[in-house]
Design a protein around this ligand. Structure first.
Ligand code: ATP
Ligand code: ATP
Ligand code: MG
Ligand code: MG
Ligand code: MG
Ligand code: MG
Length: 254
């Protein structure tokens, strides 16, 4: 049968190239929403942070972590999510395109599937999409630095956005005026603007906005049956300092 299925056209398969990822490295897959500047405008996201949108991102990420057992940890902020895959994983024989495309397509379809649970009667106006890339990190330090980089990015953007939208929504500035006002300012200047002009202590802003969301996968033994159960739970805390990695030391022990 398999011989009969061959055709003279089959040789074109030989044009496909191999894309196996190096063994023994952490695999990070990061997805990011396509043109979410526009998407967030079209769907009237609250500024600077729409809580529903963040919760929906987290829900879509949980779908990915439930489907793929080798994804140990997720980290999300804004319109992006990073997924950390065990370094000894043999998922799809470590074929890059299988891994990146399956994860972004499951993420996108889940985002649409669960939309109504978070946005209720607000209609989804067009199908959103997410890009996806695979990055290899050979050492635990590289992996930690990667996650620190994303969380530092969350902090910088959120401080900027929080100040920007305070100037616009509470201070009555136009977008252009607010942008000009913030041009060249340091973090300390933004903290000061928030504090002295808007009575806002940035450190009291919600942790989910300032730190993003860490999704941890843990194996929990049922107290009576003794059966192992996988749970995925969200944390909104610092992952740059050592505390997180000391408390969750099993992640890097793999
Ligand atoms: P690209 O296609 O290059 O990624 P982009 O418009 O998606 O372009 P990003 O750098 O990914 O650019 O930024 C995402 C944008 O989406 C943010 O700047 C912000 O305007 C918007 N956004 C994402 N999530 C939220 C949210 N929860 N609340 C409010 N705005 C959001
Ligand atoms: P993989 O994940 O490896 O692609 P698969 O189950 O999707 O596994 P495919 O070789 O892609 O395997 O085959 C797709 C299968 O989906 C078909 O064998 C058929 O059973 C089913 N299928 C797809 N489209 C239709 C359709 N329009 N009507 C009926 N069955 C369909
Ligand atoms: Mg984007
Ligand atoms: Mg971009
Ligand atoms: Mg982004
Ligand atoms: Mg198929």
């Amino acid at each position: 049968i398999s011989k009969m299925a061959k055709s003279k056209f089959e040789y074109v398969r030989g044009f496909e190239t191999e894309d196996y990822l190096l063994p023994n490295c952490w695999i990070v897959v990061r997805i990011d929403g396509k043109d979410f500047h526009k998407f967030s405008k079209k769907h009237n996201f609250e500024k600077p942070n729409d809580r529903r949108a963040l919760s929906l991102m987290n829900r879509a990420a949980v779908s990915v972590m439930e489907e793929y057992k080798d994804v140990l940890l997720g980290y999300g902020q804004s319109d992006e999510y990073s997924f950390v895959i065990r370094k000894d994983s043999t998922i799809y024989n470590r074929r890059r395109s299988k891994i990146t495309t399956y994860i972004s397509s499951l993420f996108s379809s889940s985002y649409v599937y669960y939309w109504k649970d978070y946005f209720n009667d607000i209609k989804l106006k067009y199908p959103p999409s997410f890009d996806s890339r695979c990055i290899l990190y050979p050492t635990n330090e590289n992996l930690r630095d990667y996650l620190s980089w994303r969380q530092a990015d969350c902090h910088i953007n959120n401080l900027y956005n929080t100040t920007f939208w305070a100037l616009v929504l509470k201070g009555g500035l136009t977008n252009a005026e607010a942008e000009k006002r913030l041009c060249g300012t340091l973090s300390s200047d933004k903290n000061e603007i928030l504090f002295s002009e808007f009575d806002t202590n940035y450190n009291n802003e919600a942790l989910i906005y300032r730190k993003g969301t860490i999704l941890l996968k843990k194996r929990i033994k049922h107290p009576t049956t003794g059966k192992n159960r996988l749970v995925i739970y969200p944390l909104h805390e610092d992952l740059i300092q050592d505390v997180f990695w000391r408390t969750n030391s099993e992640i890097l022990e793999i």
